[in-house]
Write a protein that binds this ligand. Structure first.
Ligand code: BES
Ligand code: ZN
Ligand code: ZN
Length: 498
């Protein structure tokens, strides 16, 4: 799917035209034929279309070439905000899709009003449009090939397309990277196991010449001392791998930023088996890994002037005669011994080795993304990513990027009270807390033991990585993390070039 800019004269001929309407502005925006203007004026006059936020109305003009007008409420123009615009665009796009539109055009000026920046709106429209129209259909054989591409074509109409072009490119690249992450994550566990994830990374490196991928396989991991990662993967016939992906956009010697993503391709819980209800959702336990790959795709396309290294520990957590057991003690790559008290707290184990490995690249900063704990849903629901870290500046930057990108982040504290819970009777540390409560923080406190002094933040995306279809996202993976991290990098680079 791609976005095309449309000239203003074509507005009246759009099959489906999506417009924004404000509650405190009654005038019909200029640009449509009189008959369509009249129709909009009338519904406003009657009061059926108020322009309140979250309102979506469909009108059917008689103008030749035009099939439907979708009016999206934006609330008051004097309280204009980008998140409101994003939400309205998402609702409008979803309605257009539900009505089986083949072409959807968004009239950008009507969303910007007099308060918004047109380029910002253009980027949001490209991004939200593509995210809202995404569907995962590759495994539905009853759909004929021609029906599979039912996602409508997206057009953006503006009086000033030149001013929007670059923003639209960015929006499109970021959304497509997020949608790529969504597809990887939506694929079931029998189709995506560690070696497949490695192949996907290799494929990405073949597509973009500024990316390089290397993969450590089971014998190499064993020899090198990845005791935690190999223990988690030991119950599955699909052996674990460590995927390393590099992007060079800065001077070769400049320290890279490390991105680490949890790649549990299926989490049954292992010997500490999970209940069967919703266990199928555990195919999403590699959403951190998918986000890392998505970020590399976006950065490679945008050619950002930075160096990045991505580390993806990938394993399948299954019970079997060769699986690790509760009580086992493993030696992690860092040399620290870990008592595995719960085989379902496997994410932190594979991340421990991945973080240690990341340090070998002497990164300036480390970000890890992981569907780590169910507890983050208890704390924050599905509205925000849970964050913890050892660096206030980095945490503040990520929080700000969350507000900007719409992928919101909320920081939790890391105090000794939580660190103390990880004491083990027999090893250097245990993989779960000795008392219940603060599950997300305890998970982060565990990871902290493996990052040394390097500025680091951990992002727990268990509540945001997939959804039930209630938001602008279709049911399934959301690609969370891609928009957030690309926004963070964009901001960072803009600042450093000042
Ligand atoms: N993959 C799960 C976390 C998860 C839960 C992700 C729900 C998405 C939705 C993780 O490996 C896990 O099982 N964590 C345990 C940790 C506990 C045993 C300390 C959990 O959250 O229950
Ligand atoms: Zn688990
Ligand atoms: Zn897990």
């Amino acid at each position: 799917m791609s976005v095309k800019l449309l000239t203003y004269e074509k507005l009246a001929q759009c099959e489906t035209l999506v417009m924004g309407v404000f509650s405190d502005v009654r005038e019909v925006p200029v640009g449509l034929p009189k008959s369509m203007e009249g129709l909009i004026a009338r519904v406003r006059e009657i009061g059926d279309v108020t322009g309140k936020a979250d309102e979506v109305h469909v009108l059917y003009p008689e103008e030749k070439g035009s099939c439907r007008l979708i009016l999206c409420g934006l609330g008051e123009m004097k309280k204009w905000s980008l998140p409101n615009v994003r939400k309205a665009l998402g609702l409008g796009a979803k309605r257009a899709q539900a009505l089986k539109s083949k072409e959807v055009a968004v009239w950008l000026e009507t969303f910007a009003g007099e308060s918004g920046n047109l380029a910002e709106v253009a980027q949001a429209a490209a991004m939200v449009g593509l995210l809202a129209l995404y569907q995962y259909q590759e495994l539905k054989t009853f759909l004929k090939p021609e029906d599979k591409t039912t996602a409508p074509k997206l057009f953006l109409a503006s009086r000033n397309p030149e001013a929007c072009a670059k923003a639209v490119d960015w929006g499109e690249i970021i959304a497509e990277a997020a949608n790529y992450a969504r597809t990887l994550a939506n694929r079931p566990g029998n189709k995506v196991y560690p070696q497949i994830l490695a192949n996907e990374a290799r494929l990405l490196a073949r597509q973009y010449s500024n990316l390089a991928v290397s993969v450590l396989t089971q014998p190499q991991l064993g020899k090198a001392g990845f005791g935690a990662l190999t223990a988690v993967g030991s119950g599955s016939s699909h052996s674990p791998v460590l995927i390393e992906i590099k992007y060079h956009g800065d001077k070769p010697k400049a320290a890279p930023i490390a991105l680490v993503g949890k790649g549990i391709t299926f989490d049954s819980g292992g010997i500490c088996l999970k209940p069967s209800a919703k266990m199928e959702d555990m195919k999403f336990d590699m959403c951190g890994a998918a986000a890392v790959l998505g970020i590399f795709k976006a950065v490679a396309k945008l050619k950002l002037p930075i160096n990045l290294v991505g580390i993806i520990p990938a394993a399948e957590n299954l019970p079997s005669g060769t699986a690790c057991r509760p009580g086992d003690v493993v030696t992690s790559l860092s040399g620290q011994t870990i008592e595995i008290l719960n085989t379902d707290a496997e994410g932190r184990l594979i991340l421990a080795d991945a973080l240690t490995y990341a340090l070998r690249h002497k990164p300036s900063q480390i970000l890890d993304m992981a569907t780590l704990t169910g507890a983050v849903v208890v704390a924050l629901g599905h509205a925000a990513i849970g964050m913890a870290g050892n660096d206030d500046t980095l945490a503040a930057e990520i929080h700000a990027a969350g507000e900007e990108s719409g992928e919101r982040v909320w920081r939790m504290p890391l105090w000794d009270e939580y660190r103390d819970l990880l004491k083990s009777d027999v090893a250097d540390l245990a993989n779960i807390g000795s008392k219940p409560g603060a599950g997300t923080i305890v998970g982060a406190a565990f990871l902290e033991k493996f990052v040394g002094q390097t500025p680091w933040v951990h992002l727990d995306i268990a509540g945001t990585a997939y959804g039930d279809g209630g938001s602008v996202y279709a049911k399934g993976a959301t690609g969370v993390g891609v928009r957030l991290v690309v926004e963070w990098l964009r901001k960072k680079l803009a600042f450093s070039s000042l």
